[in-house]
Design a protein around this ligand. Structure first.
Ligand code: GAR
Length: 204
């Protein structure tokens, strides 16, 4: 019997990296037949870098400032980022709290291979602070529930693209924002790992 090689994941982060940690833990336990081959951040203080280092994985800070002031700086940065990512030969590029828009200069290098996590239902609250905005919308009576989605990133649409998985998350009148954040993050950690498991094995 030959064992299939582990899927290679490059994870892009901008912050705390709790979703990266969920992936690392699932890889370590065997729940996910994959290995994180690199963690890359656009922020020097992203704790996700430390999580990668602790796991013995290359953890690279790639500052957007390297291209600042140059003509077409976003495209240049994304081209450089794509070079670095491609060097790790990923099967999947996972945006786990990556809070920077990626242009086609990056995305065209990895067609159908970039997966994004967003803490809202499809079409709702794209961009930053989605949980806070959902919480405020609930207080105003505009929504009754929120959710989490994992989707492919085919183009420059913000938190938009073919949905791989989504799950609704209830909001209760007694919730504080911290309560809702904790509930959403718990769902994210589970849904992201389950979706990656499906992508790498084909089993849903
Ligand atoms: C997560 O809630 C993720 O869904 C969100 O950033 C957080 C990162 O948390 N991403 C977006 O809002 C993308 N628009 P983490 O750093 O603890 O994994």
């Amino acid at each position: 019997m030959t064992l299939a090689p582990l899927a290679r994941l490059v994870v892009l982060v901008s912050g705390y990296g709790s979703n990266l940690q969920a992936i690392l833990d699932a890889c370590a336990s065997g729940e996910l037949a994959a290995q994180v081959v690199a963690v890359i951040a656009n922020k020097a203080d992203a704790f996700g870098l430390e999580r990668g280092r602790r796991a013995g994985i290359p953890a690279i800070y790639l500052p957007p400032a390297v291209c600042a002031g140059l003509p077409d700086s976003r495209r240049r940065y994304d081209t450089l980022l794509a070079e670095v990512v491609a060097g790790f030969r990923p099967d999947w590029v996972v945006l786990a709290g990556w809070m920077r828009l990626l242009s086609m200069a990056f995305l065209s290098r990895f067609p159908n291979r970039v997966v994004n996590l967003h803490p809202a239902l499809p079409g709702a609250f794209p961009g930053t602070h989605a949980i806070e905005r959902a919480f405020a919308a609930f207080q105003e009576g505009a929504i009754r529930e929120t959710g989490v989605m994992v989707h492919l990133v085919p183009d420059e649409g913000v938190d938009d693209g073919p949905v791989l998985a989504c799950e609704t998350v209830p909001i209760y009148p007694t919730d504080t924002l911290a309560d809702l954040e904790a509930r959403i993050h718990a769902v994210e950690h589970r849904l992201l790992v389950a979706t990656l498991r499906w992508l790498v094995t084909g089993d849903r």
